[in-house]
Design a protein around this ligand. Structure first.
Ligand SMILES: [Zn+2]
Length: 114
């Protein structure tokens, strides 16, 4: 069994890249994928937890509620919901880009609908 680490940042957070909302935390975690030659590439990925974009994601929902109820969300709050943070990060790691959805969004963007 390998031990994987992730890092969570709660200050100097970027606004959400999708909707511009203030994000609650930023997670950095190991991420690997296969390149065109089929070789595994290991790297890191960062995801900011957004109260709007992640609201409907089941793994993020309770975490968002906890953080929304703690306006000064700091390291102590994050530590107190470490299990929720870990569950959300795991869900993010498993999330793959849906090529059909991507194509649909791209077409909508080209059509000026986004
Ligand atoms: Zn957002």
């Amino acid at each position: 069994m390998t031990t994987e680490h992730f890092h969570v940042k709660v200050d100097h957070l970027p606004d959400c890249g999708r909707c511009g909302a203030r994000t609650f935390l930023m997670a950095r975690y190991p991420h690997s994928w296969d390149n065109r030659a089929g070789e595994a590439v290991n790297g890191y990925r960062e995801t900011a937890l957004c109260p709007i974009c992640h609201y409907d994601q089941p793994e993020a929902h309770e975490l968002l509620i906890r953080l929304q109820n703690s306006p000064d969300a700091g390291a102590e709050v994050i530590a107190s919901c470490a299990g929720l943070v870990a569950a959300w990060i795991e869900a993010e790691r498993q999330r793959q880009v849906d090529p059909v959805a991507l194509e649909r969004e791209l077409a909508a963007w080209h059509a000026g609908e986004l």
